[in-house]
Design a protein around this ligand. Structure first.
Ligand code: PHE
Length: 338
């Protein structure tokens, strides 16, 4: 019996040493110390011993059991620590790895250009004003000296909501509203969406404009030219400009302003239709009738106004040759402006 116990002890010891996983150690615990394990067997066979031998052997069994229990607990701890270490190592964070790119959005080129232009005007002391996109014909046309018979009032050009309400066809009505609320001298620009019943390769039913108005005691055409030249230099860099006589109902005299072609620098190319010039805005001295409609005294103050299309300016700034690109929302196009 003693030999059997000693052999069991050696065997268990060896198995514990060999055990490489927590599961194996668990199996060993069951095999020797479990309910149906080896030690239970031995305890049972003690019945066959004489009463004198029993206590002594019992003590020996208990000592061996404790010895093996300790060995198992020790090994268990070692294996547990190893497993923990392994887990930590596998979760190690390599902070020297380059980060994964988070894809973020960007501003639409129209919005970006709008912000850019607004910045230039606010730097020059202009106020920024906004108005409704659904507008009364009284502001969109009448206050701006556009007579009932003017072609732009035609259904073909204007979206009518009702007889006297339209989707504004330009941002000029914002200027008419501004004159009613503000006393000169003032200078303001009004950026925003405008609508015209027009759809082809170079026109969309909705587009963006930015118009400006400056009114004061001695505002002259020379002031208009100087201010616009400075503005254009800030947008396109040093470039030549020219003013061509034109007609607008709300300004007199009126002009269109051209910049030297941004592509060919005046040599002549497809973009400028071989003229060397690109038209970028309309402008002029505010017609006295418009000042009066806005509640101002045209004997005391004068003013200039100008207006430009944001899509056109954006196309020229970035060399975009297709208007439709702005409205298709192709991310490959939009991503270039981030
Ligand atoms: N309102 C004009 C348009 O929409 C632009 C403009 C504004 C022209 C001011 C001259 C002066 O075409």
């Amino acid at each position: 019996m003693k030999e059997k116990l000693s052999a069991l002890k050696d065997e268990a010891n060896l198995n514990i040493q060999k055990a490489a996983t927590l599961q194996e150690i668990d199996e060993i615990r069951v095999k020797y110390l479990g309910k149906k394990g080896e030690f239970t067997e031995i305890s049972k066979s003690m019945r066959n011993l004489s009463p004198e031998e029993r206590p002594l052997f019992g003590q020996l069994v208990n000592e061996t059991k404790t010895f093996i229990t300790n060995l198992i607990d020790e090994k268990n701890l070692v294996l547990k620590n190893e497993a923990k270490k392994e887990q930590l190592m596998s979760e190690v964070l390599d902070i020297s790895l380059p980060g994964r790119d988070v894809s973020t959005g960007g501003l639409h080129p129209i919005t970006e250009t709008m912000n850019f232009l607004k910045g230039i005007f606010t730097d020059m002391g202009f106020d920024i004003a906004e108005g409704p996109e659904v507008e009364f014909t009284s502001y969109n046309f009448d206050a701006l000296n556009i007579p009932e018979t003017h072609p732009s009032r035609d259904l073909q050009d204007t979206f009518y909501m009702s007889e006297n309400v339209v989707l504004r066809t330009h941002t000029s009505p914002v200027q008419a509203r501004y004159m009613e609320k503000n006393q000169p001298p003032f200078r303001m620009v009004c950026p925003g969406k405008v609508y015209r019943n027009d759809y082809d390769i170079s026109h969309t039913p909705m587009f963006h404009q930015m118009e400006g108005l400056m009114v004061g005691p001695d505002v002259s055409f020379a002031n208009l030219k100087a201010m616009l030249e400075q503005f254009v230099t800030k947008v396109f860099g040093e470039t030549k400009v020219r003013f061509r006589p034109h007609f607008f109902p709300f300004t007199e005299p009126s002009a269109e302003m051209d910049v030297q072609c941004v592509i060919c620098k005046g040599e002549g190319c497809r973009l400028c239709k071989h003229s060397g010039w690109l038209e970028i805005m309309g402008c002029g001295m505010v017609d006295p009738a418009v000042l009066e409609a806005g509640g101002l005294n045209s004997d005391e103050v004068s003013g200039f106004a100008f207006g430009m299309g944001i899509e056109r300016i954006t196309m020229l700034r970035y060399g975009i040759d297709d208007l439709r690109a702005f409205f298709e929302n192709d991310v490959r196009f939009l991503k270039q402006f981030k």
